[in-house]
Write a protein of this length. Structure first.
Length: 128
């Protein structure tokens, strides 16, 4: 009987800890997305099958630099969460970096932009 109660309590504690960790990750992601929007990134939703396919091919939940019209656009893709892409120019990226540098809570969650080696952003499916 005591072993049964102990096993049940262990399971309940494990579920509570797991729920808390998921909540923290979700809040961190929402905070990052709010920072990107505040910095001037535009949000584009994958509202067609072509956009969704392109979104899923991109590196997920990482800020990545992509060539665009002779320059660079910084892209944050979230196929599992909002099913959207946050895209910003150099000014928006610089503003995000200032905000992220001042946000000590983000710590290791702050993602540095890097050239995307595993998938190319298909700008044509997202419109002008």
């Amino acid at each position: 009987m005591i072993r049964s109660i102990h096993a049940t309590m262990t399971i309940l504690v494990a579920v509570a800890v797991a729920g808390t960790l998921v909540g923290c990750t979700s809040q961190r992601t929402n905070g990052l997305e709010q920072q990107l929007t505040a910095a001037g990134f535009q949000v584009w939703y994958a509202d067609t099958p072509q956009k969704l396919a392109n979104l899923e091919a991109l590196s997920q939940r990482r800020l990545v630099a992509h060539p665009y019209a002779g320059g660079i656009r910084y892209v944050y893709a979230d196929a599992d969460g909002c099913k959207c892409v946050y895209a910003g120019n150099q000014l928006a990226y610089d503003e995000y970096q200032k905000m992220a540098a001042g946000d000590k809570v983000a710590g290791p969650g702050v993602m540095a932009a890097e050239m995307n080696k595993d998938a190319a952003m298909d700008w044509g499916v997202w419109g002008p």
